[in-house]
Design a protein around this ligand. Structure first.
Ligand code: B12
Ligand code: SF4
Ligand code: SF4
Length: 347
């Protein structure tokens, strides 16, 4: 089936790029081994839904193609921040892509349904455990780097992905040749918690997972590595040579919506927030999945990092916060354990 209509329509809906590939992933066994090794940590849904990753038929019966799209967002090299500041990853600085990208992908699917009434379409943006990067690379959108992210030629990896599964056998795009890295290992060397092996990230060590997904206390040996990342982490992308600014990158569709309107938050303010303050600050952003307790846990660790780097002003505030938490009768085990480690580190 000719795919011209799909391509035109995807661009009309504002996606920066589109490619069509098979609906089945190329390397389901790598995903299986990753789960078996426990690399998913506390993301139990990944284990319970692991069959879905290998078999998109479970998501859309009769699926034969994955129409893969992406929305780019602005990135940069390492950035300067004020003291006592917690950074948030760039993908989460603008509108929540789980809503912004998904809604447009659903409308794109509805339009295709009326153009191809015999076909079925199902939009997924992180909403279903498909292997989105694997499918996007088979659809020719880019190549997977050693840090496991999808890298577009001449544009880099600052992008979020979406997949529209379909039963219509549209003609497919050719995948690009496989390895964008060669002998480079910058991301592996730069990762502060040693989470990356070539083409494998152990989520249990990744700051992004620890700050956003992990609900328990963060292991003491990883506290220092969090540096100033309050939610998410961009280090492996900041250092990647494919992410050097290019003229092509500057022209990003929907970059306005996913644009960084905030680099992060003042840690002292965050520690003073109520649950309502947190909700108001994270309204409409992908950060809303960082719950109140996890946010306080992260902020305490970051402030301790600052104190360990010699910030005496931060020490006074931190000690007051630690005392408050220690005296509280309602505080959770996670915060108690965090406080215990923070105290040990500043002694
Ligand atoms: C779980 C998850 C995480 C976990 C685990 C990350 C990981 N690397 O697996 C955590 C919480 C740590 C995380 C972090 C981030 N994530 Co995330 N995450 C996901 C999610 C929901 C599932 C990914 C998954 O299945 N992982 C399991 C592993 C086994 O899968 P995999 O790494 O893709 O495995 C494949 C490759 O390694 C490959 N492979 C294996 N060997 C070889 C060898 C060669 C030569 C090659 C080429 C390939 C290859 O085959 C494997 C199977 O397909 C996806 C959305 C989705 N449904 O796909 C988003 C997704 C991957 N995340 C995304 C983003 C933006 C991030 C962050 C950048 C956010 C941030 N700034 O904090 C970080 C980046 C960290 C990193 N370096 O990966 C984007 C990536 C966009 C892109 N350009 O690639 C996605 C696609 C969400 C989206 N819809 O846009 N994420
Ligand atoms: S996001 Fe940060 S912690 Fe995770 S793999 Fe990349 S550099 Fe390492
Ligand atoms: S930093 Fe180097 S090794 Fe890592 S993904 Fe980019 S090119 Fe590949």
């Amino acid at each position: 089936m000719n795919s011209d209509r799909v391509k035109t329509l995807a661009l009309d809906f504002g996606f920066a790029s589109v490619g069509i590939g098979p609906s089945v992933p190329k390397r389901p066994e790598a995903h299986h081994a990753w789960i078996e090794a426990g690399c998913h940590g506390e993301m139990a849904w990944m284990e319970s839904h692991r069959d879905v990753a290998a078999d998109p038929d479970l998501v859309l019966p009769g699926a034969v193609r994955a129409i893969c799209v992406l929305d780019r967002y602005p990135g940069s090299g390492p950035e300067e921040v004020p003291p006592r500041f917690g950074r948030i990853a760039r993908y989460a600085r603008g509108k929540d892509y789980h809503v912004h990208t998904l809604k447009r992908l659903q409308r794109f699917g509805e339009q295709l349904s009326s153009d191809f009434p015999d076909g079925a379409f199902r939009a997924c943006v992180d909403t279903v455990p498909l292997l989105e990067r694997d499918l996007a690379s088979s659809a020719g959108l880019g190549r997977i780097g050693k840090h496991t992210l999808l890298i577009e030629p001449a544009k880099g990896s600052w992008a979020v992905l979406g997949v529209l599964l379909t039963t219509v056998p549209f003609e497919m795009d050719a995948p690009l040749d496989e390895d964008p890295c060669g002998t480079c290992s910058r991301c592996i060397e730069a990762c502060p918690t040693d989470a990356i092996e070539p083409w494998k990230v152990d989520a249990r060590l990744c700051i992004s997972y620890l700050t956003l997904e992990h609900r328990s206390a963060i292991p003491a040996k990883l506290h220092e590595g969090l540096g100033d990342w309050l939610a998410g982490c961009d280090i492996c992308q900041e250092v990647c040579p494919h992410n050097q600014p290019t003229a092509a990158r500057a022209k990003t569709s929907h970059a306005e919506a996913l644009k960084p309107d905030r680099q992060g938050f003042d840690l002292l303010e965050v520690l003073g927030w109520s649950e309502d303050d947190r909700r108001a600050a994270f309204q409409g952003s992908a950060l809303k999945r960082v719950k109140y307790e996890a946010l306080r846990r992260n902020a305490l660790i970051l402030l301790t990092n600052q104190v360990c780097q010699g910030d005496q002003e931060a020490k006074t505030v931190l000690l007051a916060q630690l005392e408050l938490i220690e005296q509280s009768t309602t505080v959770s085990e996670v915060l108690r354990e965090t406080v215990r480690v923070c105290r040990l580190r500043i002694q």
